[in-house]
Every structure is written in C-alpha cells, then in structure tokens.
Design a protein around this ligand. Structure first.
Ligand code: FAD
Length: 461
C-alpha cells in the first residue's frame, strides 16, 4: 500500500484554462511530487470558438470535443462531475458526480477554471424561451431546431405559421452572436434548394444588440465590414435595440417591433461560473478577484483563471484593466498558472501573467470573415485563411486537427445534408438545462457539508 502522502492539486474545469494547466503539470512535475486531479463534467475539452460551425453543420460535434485522455503524459485522475461549492477555510471542494453523488474532495492546491455561463437579464420570458451558445449540446440542439423550423414551415399550409417558423432572432453583436447569426443564415440559405415549396423571401434572420456597434473590439472599419456582409446576405442588423419580452412564438424588441418566431438565440455576454459565488470571496463583476500571479489574496494554494477570474491585464497601462474572457488568454493563463502552482510547491517565487492581445478572428461562414491579427485589418478570403488557420493550429491534438480539416474539406466539397438527428427532441431546452446553473450550493451549504464528518464518503444528492 502506498502510504506516502503527496500534495494534492485539484483542477476544476477542463476548458482552455484547466486543460492548459493540467497538461503543463503533467509535463513539468514528476509523479511523486504531487497528485493531480481534474474535475470535469465531460471527458473532453470543448473548442468553443468553433461552436457556431457545429450549429451550422460545417463541423460535426465530435470534431471540436478534444479528448482529455489523449496525451502521451496523461496521468491525471479525472472525477466525472461538476464542482458545486468550495470551502476555502477547510480546503474542500464539493463535487456532484455525473451519477448525482456528492463527494468532498480535499486539496492542498486548487486551480479554479470553471469558465463562464450565459449572462441573462431580468427580461420576461427570456430564460424560458432563449437558447444559448455555450455548450456542445446547445449547438447540436440549435442545429436540429433550425432544421425542424424549415421542416415544419414546409409542411404547414398556414401562412402565419410559416412566417413565424422562418424568422430567427439572435441577440448579441459580439463575435459569438455575429458568427452564430452569420453561420446559421448560411445554413438556412443553403438548405433552400431542398425545400422548393418555401418562399426564400420568408426566411429572415435578425441580429440585434443594445450597443451602437457590432464587435467594437474590431474597430469601426472591420465592424462595418462584418455588418455589410450580413446586410448583403439579408440579415437584419438592429443596433441600440434589445428584447423587451420573449414568448414561445414571438419576441418583442425594445423598439416596439414584435417578431413572430420560435427561435431566440441569446449570446449577449457571459458571466463567471456560479461556482465562484459559493466561495464568498471578493469578485470583480462576478469574476474572482485574483492577483497578476492568479492567486487569491489571503488564501494559500488557491489559484483562479480564465473566464471565471478577473486576472489583471499587465500588458495594458490602464489602472484596473483585467484580461478579457477569451480563449486566447485562458489557454496561456493555463500554462502560466501551472508554473506558479509548481513554484508554490517548490517554495520558489511566482510570476505575473503578461500577454499582449494578438487580435481577433471572426468567421462569417464560407469565404466571408473579418480578422485583426496583430492589428492588421483583413477581410474576405485572407481573413478567413487567418481565422481558420488560427483555430486549426490552436486545436490541442493532431486527431482533432485532422477531424476539423477533413470536415471543412468535406463541407466545402459536398455541402450539408440538413439532417435532423432528433437526439434531444422533446427534452427541456432552457439555458439551465444545458448549463446546469441551478446545481450549485449556497456558501452556507458548502460550509455545512465541508465541516461534516471527516470522511462522509459519497452521498446521494
Ligand atoms: C461561440 C463562442 C465563440 C468564441 N470565439 C472565441 C474566439 O474566436 N477567440 C477567443 O479567444 N475566444 C472565443 N470565445 C471565448 C472563449 O471560448 C472563452 O473565453 C474560453 O473558452 C474560456 O476558457 P476557460 O477555460 O476559462 O473556460 P471554458 O473553455 O468554458 O472551460 C470551462 C470548463 O469548465 C467546465 N465546468 C464548468 N463548470 C464546472 C464546474 N462547476 N465544475 C467542473 N467543471 C466545470 C466546463 O464544462 C468547461 O469544460 C468564444 C466563446 C463562444 C461561446
């Protein structure tokens, strides 16, 4: 029996940040220096920036779900489940496993990388009727849903129903919403030749945002170029507009328009995972307030990064600037935090995270894209080559790279068959059903659970 107790490093979340950290720990730590455990509800790392391409059928879901176990140095223990609370005082993380058992996982070092969830507002009907674009299941669901609208409109002889089925609303003019609207509009447009009974003029996509510009981080010119591409394709872009209320068959805009629709996709920003609130620690707009070394002040051995943490942006001169919630930062923070965990373990000095933003790439489907790598403004095919090249090279495994490249080629040559899989039909499809936002404990519940018997073992939820 192994009686040596090694320090326990617990990583929460297997996204860009968590996996970046785990892989680095596996590479740089010898197995007898520490035990590494990863809590993850899925057995893959999701390459989120390509999610709109899954929704539009350019890529299969599996191609952007990168296996957690495919690594030469893989030796991490993976707990299949989600962390639902952390008690910083007793160093316990409460995990709900995928079989709904609650487990107290003790740690010496914890790396919090649970990412973010869709940010919603108090708009009547929003959480009941909107779909998000944050998980693989949501993307696959939306694809089936959009194709089902075409099928239902095709089968209906009621003009009002046809009109409602063929209108689609996307809220959020950031890169996620713009890409989603652009890619899905391409799907419905390409599908038309398989639906000869549908009047193309009835298909209408709306992209709305309360901000006065699309993707302000791209600058005025590129934002306008993206808007022009969408306008050319018939997407109705409304800026300075949001949703007043949402119902099962219509959405009311704040400018008074009532759009009959069964499809409302909500991509108006993200907010840190609800796990952060279970700790009762200081936050900056919901993200855990950490130092530039990604440590939590006043709590030894606690690190946080990615979308869940407000990591100071040392590459900017601005006072109080924090890194934006992007994959670009999360994956680099993952490596940097691993180095700092190792430094803490070896009583060496920690280093601050510094990364100068490399820019943004926005795939609008087909040959359309806008990109701003290293400040250079690109449009059309050159922008698309940069966008796809960037994402392709950022995929972690060669198998994932091959799957994605093959899918792109196959889609370019053979197009889409617009098949509805029906895997998730008749299942609840609200935001909380996909993003599990109602699974977390309150700080008091976490405390009570952590202070329970020393070895409570697994207990049913
Ligand atoms: C549609 C879309 C397009 C985007 N495009 C771009 C882009 O082009 N460029 C860019 O830089 N960024 C882009 N982003 C943003 C980028 O994907 C995120 O900033 C990035 O994924 C954050 O990394 P993360 O590791 O913090 O979180 P994630 O990558 O979201 O990973 C979090 C992980 O934690 C898991 N998790 C959640 N809760 C728990 C829990 N309680 N316990 C255990 N595990 C948990 C999740 O399942 C997930 O695996 C896009 C995002 C979206 C949604």
């Amino acid at each position: 029996m192994d009686t040596v107790t090694r320090p326990r490093i617990l990583v929460v979340g297997a996204g860009f940040a968590g996996v970046g950290c785990v892989r680095r720990l596996e590479r740089k730590l010898s197995p007898d220096e520490a035990d590494v455990t990863l809590v993850s509800p899925t057995s893959y790392q999701l390459y989120l920036p390509l999610l709109p391409q899954v929704a539009s059928g350019v890529l299969t879901p599996q191609s952007i779900a990168v296996s957690l176990r495919r690594s030469k140095r893989y030796r991490t223990r993976i707990i299949p489940g989600g962390a639902i609370g952390v008690d910083l005082k007793s160093k316990v993380c409460v995990v709900r496993t995928i079989t709904d058992q609650l487990v107290n996982e003790r740690y010496d070092y914890i790396v919090l990388a649970p990412g973010s969830v869709t940010r919603t507002f108090d708009i009547p009907g929003l959480t009941e009727h909107a779909f998000g674009m944050k998980t693989l299941a949501e993307a696959a669901y939306i694809r089936d849903h959009v194709i089902s609208q075409l099928d239902l409109a095709d089968a209906s002889s009621d003009p009002a129903e046809r009109a409602a089925r063929l209108q689609f609303v996307v809220v959020g003019g950031g890169y996620a919403g713009t890409e989603t609207a652009a890619c899905l509009q391409k799907l419905t447009h390409a599908a038309l030749h398989r639906y000869p009974n549908l009047d193309p003029k009835l298909i209408k996509w709306h992209l709305i945002d309360i901000a006065p510009k699309l993707m302000p981080e791209l600058g005025d010119k590129l934002g306008r170029s993206a808007q022009e591409v969408l306008r050319r394709r018939g997407v109705d872009v409304s800026l300075g507009v949001s949703i007043e209320k949402a119902g099962p068959a219509e959405v009311t805009f704040t400018d008074g328009r009532v759009v009959p629709t069964h499809t409302l996709i909500w991509t108006a920003g993200v907010v840190a995972s609800p796990l952060i609130a279970t700790m009762g620690a200081e936050t900056v707009r919901g993200r855990l307030a950490v130092t530039a070394e990604m440590t939590l002040p006043g709590h030894d051995g606690v690190f946080a990064l990615g979308d869940a943490a407000a990591v100071p942006d040392k590459a900017k001169d601005e006072e109080g600037a924090v890194c934006p919630p992007t994959a670009q930062h999360a994956m680099r923070q993952g490596k940097a935090v691993a180095d700092n965990v190792i430094a803490a373990l070896r009583s060496e000095p920690l280093r601050p995270y510094v990364h100068k933003d490399l820019g943004l790439v926005v795939d609008l489907g087909g040959k359309d894209a806008v990109s701003k790598p290293l400040g250079i403004e690109l449009r059309g095919l050159p922008a698309q080559v940069v966008a796809r090249g960037y994402h392709w090279s950022a995929l972690r495994t060669n198998v994932a790279k091959t799957r994605v490249a093959t899918n792109w080629l196959l889609n370019a040559l053979a197009g889409d068959d617009f098949v509805r899989t029906g895997f998730q039909s008749r299942k609840p499809a609200r935001l909380k059903d996909f993003e599990y936002t109602d699974t977390y404990l309150t700080p008091e519940q976490v405390r009570a659970r952590a202070e329970g018997p020393e070895d409570p073992g697994a207990s049913p939820a």
